[in-house]
Design a protein around this ligand. Structure first.
Ligand SMILES: NC(=O)c1ccc[n+]([C@@H]2O[C@H](COP(=O)([O-])OP(=O)(O)OC[C@H]3O[C@@H](n4cnc5c(N)ncnc54)[C@H](OP(=O)(O)O)[C@@H]3O)[C@@H](O)[C@H]2O)c1
Length: 316
């Protein structure tokens, strides 16, 4: 049997990369092998991936030599950065440059870069509908990724530009879920007006990325957006009500109120939600649900995701 083509996966112990590693390994007769990059091959999460059959390599995006090593002999690579670990768009830009240079050097045949829109192409810095943050960004954790797309293009790396959407897991782990309000009811507080917002089960991002690799050259040079569903705040609240067995009210607030919340990154997220609202059509057109399903037939809808995960949403 011909040897399998290696896909090096960054963020392998996390949400996006983990889904990809598991998809590759679940497809026993598939053409790819998974090389999982982690900063600690002794962690439980890393060991779990090894037990499934992944090759583990130690690597840190901030150490370009380790990135080069992780890509040696690989056919493909999944590149993702970790904004919420450091809140620095400049760091993300530097890390993306490291990825692009290393991919070029290693002769990677197909890279997937997990990017997002550079929102400044929609809302220039002088547009004061939302504040400029960190001096030169509107949505820092989007803009840096989008600005870094050019590194892959300039290096001539055959790249698919992947645009994930809001993980529904944010309702479990990121504090974005419904909260008990003074009226004793659960309130889902989001500043997205009446716009439909794309969302996805985090595991489906990696499954879809696997679909992209399986399609060979088809998606090289292309933008691919992902969503398992596009729902308004009212629709999300209604589905949450059914799944949680108690009423959830959509608390539609203005973006400036969300930005003023007292948690790190509230301003960045406030601008992001406003971007989703103001540019609903463009954002959702890119993140087409049926195209996502074509890549990943197991793609979950919000109600399907809730069936398994509602019990994990903290509601006290
Ligand atoms: N949350 C959302 O709704 C959403 C939506 C769209 C896009 N995003 C973007 O998704 C990105 C994060 O992806 P994710 O959710 O898959 O991350 P994640 O679940 O937090 O996992 C990140 C993994 O990457 C590894 N890692 C962290 N720093 C590293 C470094 N310096 N070098 C190498 N590996 C490192 C860690 O593994 P080890 O500890 O094993 O090294 C960790 O398990 C963010 O940039 C965010 O903006 C998020």
């Amino acid at each position: 049997m011909a040897s399998k083509k290696i896909i090096t996966v960054f963020g392998a112990t996390g949400a996006q990369g983990g889904g990809l590693v598991r998809s590759i390994l679940n497809d026993k007769s598939g053409e790819f092998a998974a090389r999982a990059v982690t900063r600690d091959i002794r962690s439980d999460k890393a060991k779990d991936l090894a037990a499934l059959g992944a090759e583990l390599v130690e690597g840190d995006v901030d150490d370009p030599v380790s990135v080069d090593k992780a890509l040696e002999g690989a056919y493909g690579a999944y590149f993702v950065t970790f904004f919420w670990n450091h809140f620095s768009p400049e760091k993300e830009i530097e890390q993306a440059l490291t990825f692009a240079n290393a991919a070029k050097k290693a002769g990677i045949k197909h890279a997937i870069w997990s990017t997002l829109e550079d929102t400044r192409e929609f809302v220039p810095l002088h547009d004061d509908r939302m504040p400029t943050l960190k001096e030169k960004y509107k949505v820092p954790h989007f803009d840096a990724k989008g600005a870094a797309d050019k590194f892959f293009v300039e290096a001539g790396v055959p790249t698919t530009f992947l645009y994930p959407s809001f993980y529904w897991e944010n309702f479990i782990y990121f504090g974005a879920g419904p909260k008990k309000a003074a009226d004793g009811k659960l309130h889902l507080t989001l500043p997205i007006g009446d716009a439909k917002m794309g969302g996805i089960a985090a595991e489906d991002i990696g499954k879809s990325a696997y679909g992209i690799f399986k399609n060979g050259k088809k998606f090289i040079g292309k933008k691919v957006g992902l969503a398992g569903g596009q729902l308004t705040g009212e629709e999300m609240a209604s589905e949450l009500s059914k799944a949680l067995g108690q009423p959830v009210i959509y608390n539609k607030i203005p973006a400036h109120v969300y930005r003023s919340f007292d948690f790190p990154g509230a301003d960045d997220l406030g601008n992001m939600f406003q971007f989703y609202d103001d540019f609903e059509d463009q954002v959702n057109e890119l993140r087409d649900v049926s195209a996502s399903k074509d890549l990943n037939p197991e793609l979950q809808s919000f109600p399907e995701w809730l069936k398994e995960n509602a019990k994990l949403i903290p509601v006290d």
